[in-house]
Ligand binder design. Structure first.
Ligand SMILES: Nc1nc2c(c(=O)[nH]1)N[C@H]1C(S)=C(S)[C@@H](COP(=O)(O)O)O[C@H]1N2
Ligand SMILES: [Mo]
Length: 180
């Protein structure tokens, strides 16, 4: 029922994804080929997954769509209220088949997803925040904001007071283990 088609990645795409997400310092040089030029309208899924690739706007649209969520967050422009819709981050990541070592108790709780915007703005959400067995937040990879299709997806983190994790123009979602 859950169908998402991941396009094969070119070597350049893989290199770009690695450059985007492995940035040790926030000041890392921008990748030669901006990810959004080769994953149009979608985000690159990478990290601890068996099926990394481009979750295009079309493939995001094929995932089960969470009903709209209406949220309010504070920003430098004051409080903002928006209605977002799109698939759950859980479904987007699950479609890419997370790989967790099996022998460790609740191993998924060691993992997080790093969302990167086209401007290299980054924020993480921990696995336990969007796993229904734990906090179960309806974290979205939104494809629509206030009824208007977004050119690039936006991370939506209901419950956040400030807008900092509402990462716009998401070019990369990387599943990883922050502390090794
Ligand atoms: N890509 C990207 N997303 C971002 C930011 C950013 O600088 N770059 N700023 C964040 C912050 S701090 C806030 S408060 C909100 C502001 O939302 P707005 O840009 O829709 O006003 O976006 C968030 N998402
Ligand atoms: Mo902000």
């Amino acid at each position: 029922m859950r169908t998402i088609r991941f396009l094969a990645l070119s070597a350049a795409a893989v290199a770009t994804a690695a450059a985007l997400s492995s940035a040790a310092a926030p000041t890392a040089a921008a990748p030669a080929t901006p990810a959004h030029q080769w994953c149009k309208g979608g985000a690159v899924i990478s990290g601890n997954v068996s099926r990394p690739g481009c979750a295009s706007a079309a493939s995001l649209a094929k995932l089960a769509q969470k009903k709209t969520v209406t949220v309010t967050f504070s920003s430098s422009a004051g409080n903002q209220t928006h209605t977002f819709s799109g698939p759950l981050l859980l479904d987007v990541i699950t479609a890419a088949k997370p790989r967790f070592p099996s022998t460790v108790k609740n191993v998924q709780l060691r993992y997080a997803v790093l969302a990167t915007g086209s401007d290299d703005y980054q924020a993480t959400v921990a696995w336990g925040e969007f796993d229904p067995k734990f906090a179960g937040k309806q974290i979205l990879v939104a494809t629509k904001q206030d009824g208007v299709a977004l050119a690039m997806p936006r991370l939506v983190v209901p419950g956040d007071t400030a807008g900092g994790r509402y990462v716009s123009d998401v070019v990369s979602l990387r599943l990883g283990r922050p502390f090794l």
